[in-house]
Structures are given as structure tokens and as C-alpha cells.
Design a protein around this ligand. Structure first.
Ligand code: ZN
Length: 155
């Protein structure tokens, strides 16, 4: 899923599941569960200025949304847990990015592990994990539904 989906669901998890020992595992599990749902992703390869602008906007919009919720709607959420929830929710894609930059067999294995949980590469092995046309319905709604549910738990 795009980073906004992982950031907002991670924040919702951190705000509601304040067990410092189990939350990192739960946040990482949530990441892989969400990746399993058919959804739209923008491709980051080949990396370019446009791609970095997309990633920046993706992170920025979700971070500002959470900040607005904290400042104006729900000051009771614990920022430490919210930030920890976001960190562990995004971590699997952080490792994925590292695996694109550095080549070694452990990172390669990790990428296979991530791809195994990712719906596109499992459903369409012939595309080798690359972007493939998906039904517009899912393209538009899967992540929107996930984000709305997460926002409900943040507010
Ligand atoms: Zn992922």
C-alpha cells in the first residue's frame, strides 16, 4: 500500500494498542496484512525527482493529517505510541527500500519475503512484482476504506 495507508493505520494502532512489547509485532503484522489486500501502488522504480516528490507528498499529507487530528480533534492520543506505531508500520517498506539500494543475499531474501505477502507479486508472478492494471474499483476504494477505518480509530 502507499505510505499514507501504512502511516495512518500505524498511528491508529499506536493510539489504541499501548502495549510496548506487542505493538511493534502487531504493527508489522498489520503492514503485511494490508499489503495482501488488492490495492493501488505507485512505482518507485526507476527513481526520479517525480518519484521523490510523490513519496514526499505521500508522507507529508498523512503526517499533517495526524498532526491536525492531534492538535484539533483528539489531544488524548499519546504521541509516543502513535510515532512508534507509525515507525513499525512503515519499517517493512523501509527495509524494502534498503533492499533496492544495496544488494546482498539477506536483503534479497527479505524482498522475497515481502513480495510473498504482497498481493500483486503473488497473484501475478508473470509481472515480477511490477505495476499491473487492477480494477478501478479497487484502485480507488481499497486504501480509502482502510484509511477511513483507521481515521475512525484515531478520532
Ligand atoms: Zn509493504
Amino acid at each position: 500500500m502507499i505510505l499514507s495507508s501504512h502511516i495512518i493505520t500505524g498511528a491508529a494502532l499506536g493510539a489504541n494498542f499501548q502495549n510496548i512489547y506487542l505493538m511493534p509485532t502487531a504493527a508489522i503484522a498489520l503492514h503485511f496484512f494490508l499489503d495482501k489486500i488488492p490495492h493501488y501502488d505507485y512505482t518507485i522504480k526507476p527513481f526520479s525527482f517525480i518519484v521523490s516528490a510523490k513519496v514526499f507528498a505521500d508522507i507529508g499529507i498523512s503526517a499533517i493529517t495526524i498532526l491536525i487530528i492531534y492538535l484539533f480533534f483528539n489531544p488524548n492520543i499519546n504521541p509516543t505510541y502513535v510515532i512508534a506505531g507509525i515507525f513499525f508500520s512503515v519499517l517493512p517498506d523501509g527495509f524494502l527500500l534498503i533492499s533496492f539500494i544495496f544488494q546482498n543475499k539477506w536483503l534479497q531474501k527479505y524482498r522475497q519475503f515481502h513480495d510473498f505477502f504482497h498481493w500483486q507479486s503473488q497473484k501475478n508472478p508473470e509481472t515480477n512484482g511490477e505495476e499491473k492494471k487492477i480494477p478501478t474499483f479497487w484502485n480507488l476504494s481499497a486504501q480509502l476504506i482502510v484509511i477511513i477505518i483507521a481515521l475512525y480509530y484515531l478520532l
